[in-house]
Design a protein around this ligand. Structure first.
Ligand code: TXA
Ligand code: MG
Length: 348
């Protein structure tokens, strides 16, 4: 199939949005920008269309999709119950990078929710995304628009790398703003619980809701614990090279990485390093990439997935990354990085 690219970096193109809406209403697939990462959209209320998403991504069918809406009132059609906490969170954080898990209504097919009786709902903070959702009928199921197991796309070129020839259309809205997927909070099971960390931190949720828990499977070393968000159990974002996180005091981390790079060189291996604007000049014997500045955690989140993709194009066989325990998004950034590293961490 030919994949049409519609450019909307400078705003909405109404003609292209109606064309994209028609594709969605006809059961097709359209990738689109959001403030977090690019999504791969299909009509969420059409089981067959949702099924196409799983095939395009090579995604396991038990991994449910997030339903994207453009207006608060749309929630009442897909949720069987809308608890008071949902309204409080929507007033505080929607449109924005927050996904809520609610009991689903009968109109949402099991194909969309991976067979669960709950539904994930998000109202994104991106004008192109909301225009597309409205044009497509109001309910757009969208996982990140990458092939399963690859880093999430933060620009349209990343989507094209994975989805060209496989989906009907890609809407190019330029680089995303945040770069890491939405925070997921479960409102169906007692105390609100974070199932996936994101831009909206536990503290920010706590200010609105009071008590907020974190899914124990996210913070425990015990791999027998099953995460409540099915997608969190998979090893995501795996780069082709071996990735190690090196953590500890900054000076020691730099020295350790340089020592390892020198050893690798002697063994004929090429090393990659994920450093920062502040540290990159320090490294030798390696292909060094800066992820951003430690003074601007947003820059680190924004470049994480792109840097992992870039390393896939280079000939390095091992990558060392500094750790990024930044104030607001540190948990989210490290959650993604630790998964990409398959939990390989070197402490100094
Ligand atoms: O920022 C985002 O959320 C992006 C953009 C495109 O909106 N979307 C995204 O979707 O990250 P995806 O499919 O890559 O991740 C969805 C996560 C998975 O871990 C899935 O298991 C979980 O949400 N999830 C979806 N529905 C769920 C449900 N009913 N109960 C528990 N977890 C759910
Ligand atoms: Mg994903």
């Amino acid at each position: 199939m030919e994949t049409v690219i519609a450019r909307m970096c400078d705003g909405i193109n109404e003609a292209e949005i109606s064309r994209a809406g028609e594709i969605l209403r006809g059961g097709g697939l359209v990738a689109f920008p959001t403030e977090t990462v690019y999504g791969l959209g299909a009509n969420a209320l059409d089981a067959e269309a949702a099924g196409k998403i799983y095939r395009a991504k090579g995604r396991p069918s038990d991994n449910p999709l997030i339903v994207h809406i453009a207006d608060w009132d749309a929630i009442y059609k897909i949720a069987a119950e809308v608890p008071a906490e949902a309204k409080l969170l929507a007033d505080a954080f929607w449109p924005g990078p927050l996904t809520m898990i609610l009991r689903k209504s009968d109109v949402v097919p099991p194909a969309t929710t991976g067979g669960l009786d709950t539904v994930a709902v998000r109202l994104p903070d991106h004008a192109v995304a909301r225009a597309l959702i409205r044009a497509g009928g109001g309910y757009v199921a969208a996982p990140s628009a990458n092939t399963s197991g690859r880093p999430s796309p933060t620009k349209a070129e990343h989507v094209a790398q994975d989805m060209d020839g496989v989906i009907d259309m890609i809407i190019d809205g330029g680089d995303v703003e945040i770069g890491i997927e939405s925070t997921i909070v479960d409102l169906t099971d007692g105390t609100p619980t974070i199932l996936r960390p994101g831009y909206i931190s536990r503290e920010m949720l706590g200010r609105v809701l009071g008590a907020v828990e974190v899914d124990r499977a996210l913070i425990s070393e015990d791999s027998a614990l099953r995460p409540k968000a099915p997608g969190m159990k998979y090893r995501h974002y795996a780069p082709k090279a071996q990735l190690f996180i090196v953590q500890g005091p900054q000076q020691l981390v730099r020295e350790k990485i340089n020592a390892l790079a020198e050893e690798n060189k002697a063994a004929g291996l090429r090393t990659g390093v994920i450093g920062t604007d502040e540290s990159q000049a320090f490294y030798a014997n390696a292909l060094v990439k800066s992820i951003g500045s430690r003074r601007d955690e947003g820059s680190i989140a924004r470049h994480l997935y792109g840097i992992l993709r870039e390393f896939d194009e280079s000939e390095v066989s091992v990558i060392y990354s500094e750790a990024f325990d930044t104030p607001q998004m540190g948990q989210a950034i490290m959650n993604r990085l630790i998964k990409a590293a398959g939990h390989q961490i070197i402490s100094v």
